[in-house]
Design a protein around this ligand. Structure first.
Ligand SMILES: Cc1ncc(COP(=O)(O)O)c(C=O)c1O
Length: 400
């Protein structure tokens, strides 16, 4: 009898964490390695947010809170939804968890039965696929190729919907491509969903604030209010506020769903860290000006990566509107030979040989459901990024 649960066979360790671990191990062994695998801002958490946490500790805010978020944070989240997204969510419609990932996990866990289908546009953030699979449901992957800007087309969405479809997962700006949907593009998708009243929409707005060149962020329930009753709007403080380690994420949605998510959370982690919740109140209510400063730097780095990667032989790198990722195609180098003698048959070969030859760690596109490509996180110091892109150019030039 196998000791481990069958459900575990349906999931795999996060490939982005695997790349980061491999890069760290090589570094420890003395290799000069640049890691571009991690999906977190290199900026520190702003001081006012840290200060709010310190004050919370001093006040003794060190006890359990309400399971799915303390009232003060839910109120700050409600204000945020109203101010930034023109969405009305009452505290009873808001769920706070230990990172956006837990909120996503709760939502899928309390709604999916074996046999249910969830539409996951690819390239996708790896956790969508694996959490759906863990629940025993079926991820229905719809590929969104580079030629379509890595964006789901309404016809493709319509074709993928069956009577078994429970959710569509939507993520803009996207991890891993950085693609962001305009209001009109969202409207075209929500029009499709209006025709299918049994399908719910889970929108992951985690990278909401990380958009460039005057791109205007909008979220589906705002664009199509008729979908409000079957939309879960997921967000968090991790990326915009440089708080990945604090572990606070949240969502707004229909009360019945939010209540079920709280029940599940009450039997797993209970409330998210109380001190991090106080820090999150400050993040959402406090000054927001640092976001624009960070974005100016991110935009510069994005432009640097796009320009340098497009100069690399065999790579093709579209310019995304948001997040801190670029997703170049490496189709042009498949079949070539690396300096080690290895023929690059897949994007996984490409990233493995790149790490070996030039010490640059990136994540292969097939891990996100669409290759041959790779993801670069440009949330790293500009000179380091420039050096990494130079090494990628050198590696591509060395292929025969
Ligand atoms: C698209 C997307 N959604 C959600 C998350 C989860 O964020 P958190 O760190 O708050 O769990 C991430 C983190 O990488 C992400 O990229």
């Amino acid at each position: 009898m196998a000791f481990l649960a069958d459900a575990l066979l349906r999931i795999k360790p996060s490939p982005t964490i695997a790349v980061t671990d491999k890069a760290r191990a090589l570094k420890q062994a003395g290799r000069d390695v640049i890691g571009l695998g991690a999906g977190e801002p290199d900026f520190d958490t702003p001081d006012n947010i840290k200060q709010a946490a310190i004050e919370a500790i001093r006040r003794g805010e060190t006890k359990y809170t309400n399971v799915d978020g303390m009232p003060e944070l839910k109120a700050a989240i409600a204000r945020k939804f109203k101010r930034e997204n023109q969405l009305d969510y009452k505290p009873s419609q808001i769920s706070v968890g230990t990172g956006g990932k837990q909120v996503l996990f709760n939502a899928l866990m309390v709604t999916l039965n074996p046999g249910d289908e969830v539409i996951v546009p690819a390239p996708y953030w790896v956790s969508y696929y694996d959490i759906v699979a863990l629940c025993g449901a079926k991820p229905v992957v719809v590929e969104t190729p580079m030629e379509d800007g890595f964006k789901l087309k309404p016809e493709a969405l319509d074709r993928a919907i069956t009577p078994k479809t429970k959710w569509v997962i939507f993520n803009s700006p996207s991890n891993p491509t950085g693609a962001a949907y305009t209001r009109a593009e969202i409207k075209a998708l929500t029009d499709v969903l209006l025709k299918h009243p049994h399908v719910w929409l889970l929108t992951d707005d985690m990278y909401e604030h990380l958009v460039y060149d005057d791109f205007e962020f909008t979220t589906p329930a705002q664009v199509e209010p008729n979908l409000y009753d079957r939309t879960l709007t997921l967000n968090g403080v991790s990326k915009s506020y440089c708080m990945t380690g604090w572990r606070v994420g949240y969502a707004g949605g229909p009360e019945q769903l939010i209540k079920a998510m709280a029940t599940l959370q009450s039997q797993s982690t209970t409330n998210p860290n109380a001190i991090a919740q106080w820090a999150s109140v400050e993040a959402l209510d406090g000054p927001q000006d640092f976001i624009a400063k960070h974005n100016a730097i991110f935009k510069e780095r994005r432009d640097l990566c796009v320009a340098m990667l497009n100069q690399a032989t065999g790579l093709q790198c579209p310019k995304p509107d948001g997040a801190f990722y670029v997703y170049p195609s490496c189709a042009g180098v498949i079949g070539r030979k690396a300096p080690s003698g290895k023929v690059l048959a897949t994007d996984e070969d490409f990233v493995t040989e790149l790490l070996e030859a030039e010490g640059v760690a990136v994540v292969q596109g097939t891990a996100f459901g669409l290759g041959p490509a790779f993801r670069i996180s440009y949330a790293t110091a500009t000179p380091t990024l420039e050096e990494a892109c130079r090494r990628i150019q050198k590696f591509c030039a060395s292929l025969t």
